[in-house]
Write a protein that binds this ligand. Structure first.
Ligand SMILES: Cc1ncc(COP(=O)(O)O)c(C=O)c1O
Length: 364
């Protein structure tokens, strides 16, 4: 590695978060989401660690994500949450992937299957995204009987999991609906799952014992994660590449959107939007160097950001905290995403391939 920009992945924090979430979830289906390269943390590294913690199932969005895990010898139960196409059915069987069926058409594709596979069925109660509509359930169950697939689980996804502490919220009503559907159809002994991170954390005592698919919280990010004392798993770190002086009236970076109002010392930091550092933080964001805040000045470039270090003592090669924790410094990803006008999910999943993930195994 020639450039010292990396995402440090603290696996001990992942362990800690998973254990806390498992306690909250209780004895029910637990399926951490490792889609989108485990929210940028590296799907293979994270899945291996989850296996060592005794986790049995993980969730992905794409078939290629599932196959990557299989090719890296991950033998967990892999739930594939995206829609499938007719010509993908044999691939799913070959790699022993559990498809979460999202439409009647997909059940028709399963008729070509010779192998016996387990499937989960997704019910669309309130998202109007993936899943069969309530009025299609009977037909779906009939069609399923004409295939060699067996129904091992049923799930739904809520639009506002964070509102489940309020029993009158529309998502609470949807969850109740899901419960009455499962009672009506006798699904109680299957894997029933419906809660994302915020759903789990806002629903008191996991009232219906529905299974959980935690994503953001297990990576230790978000308001709820903070309240629960979960620990951020990723620290995004770069280094100071150059230091220079600019005089009053001199501009910095593309578009000359920042002009020095007096003599300034600036540092050029080796990270840019090609690494996943958001352009939206141009003239808005900040980093921490040697425990001091340094503001981003001018536009974020493809490979660099430029920060004002006039009142910070800095040397070339010093580490720069972009988000997460570094020694005594901390930058909340949630707050940074807010500043950028986006969500933490987008920043995490946007970290590009050219940023190495460094796995830290030790306890801290
Ligand atoms: C179907 C499904 N379940 C669970 C999750 C996890 O959500 P969160 O990261 O908010 O916990 C997602 C995330 O997008 C999802 O699409």
């Amino acid at each position: 590695m020639y450039r010292d920009t990396y995402a440090e992945i603290k696996l001990s924090h992942l362990d800690y978060n998973i254990k806390k979430l498992q306690v909250l979830a209780g004895d029910c289906f637990f399926c951490p989401m490792v889609k989108a390269n485990a929210y940028g943390h590296g799907a293979v590294g994270v899945a291996k660690r989850l296996k060592s913690l005794g986790v049995q199932s993980v969730g992905v969005a794409l078939l290629e994500e599932a196959i990557e895990l299989r090719e890296q010898s991950i033998d967990l139960n892999i739930l594939h949450f995206g829609p499938i196409k007719e010509n993908q059915v044999s691939l799913i069987a070959e790699h022993k992937i559990t498809p979460v069926i999202t439409s009647l058409e997909e059940i028709d594709f399963l008729k070509h299957l010779k192998e016996k596979i387990d499937i989960h069925l997704k019910i669309d109660i309130e998202m109007n995204r993936l899943g069969i509509k309530l009025c299609q359930i009977e037909l779906a169950l009939t069609k399923l009987k004409e295939t060699s697939a067996s129904l091992a689980g049923v799930c739904t996804h809520l639009a506002m999991g964070e509102t489940l502490s309020d029993e009158s919220s529309s998502s609470s009503q949807s969850l109740k609906k899901f419960k009455s559907l499962s009672d009506k159809h006798g699904w109680q002994n299957m894997d029933l799952h419906s809660l994302n991170s915020e759903g789990l954390m806002s629903l008191k005592d996991n009232t219906y014992s529905f299974g959980v698919r935690p994503g953001l919280a297990m990576y230790g990010v978000g308001e709820f994660a903070k309240k629960l004392g979960l620990k951020p798993v990723m620290n995004f770190v770069s280094e100071v590449a150059l230091i220079k002086e600019v005089s009053k009236g001199e501009p910095v970076s593309y578009g000359k959107t920042w002009v020095a109002d007096e003599s300034k010392t600036i540092a050029i930091v080796s990270v840019g939007y090609a690494d996943g550092y958001p352009w939206a933080l141009s003239n808005k964001g900040f980093v921490k160097i040697n425990e001091k805040k340094a503001k981003i000045i001018g536009r974020v470039c493809m490979d660099y950001i430029i920060v004002d270090i006039t009142s910070v003592s800095v040397n070339i090669g010093d580490k720069v905290l972009l988000w997460g924790q570094l020694k005594n410094d901390e930058i909340s990803l949630h707050d940074l995403a807010d500043k950028a006008g986006t969500v933490a999910y987008e920043l995490l999943t946007g970290i590009s391939q050219r940023v190495p993930r460094k796995y830290i195994n030790g306890l801290s």
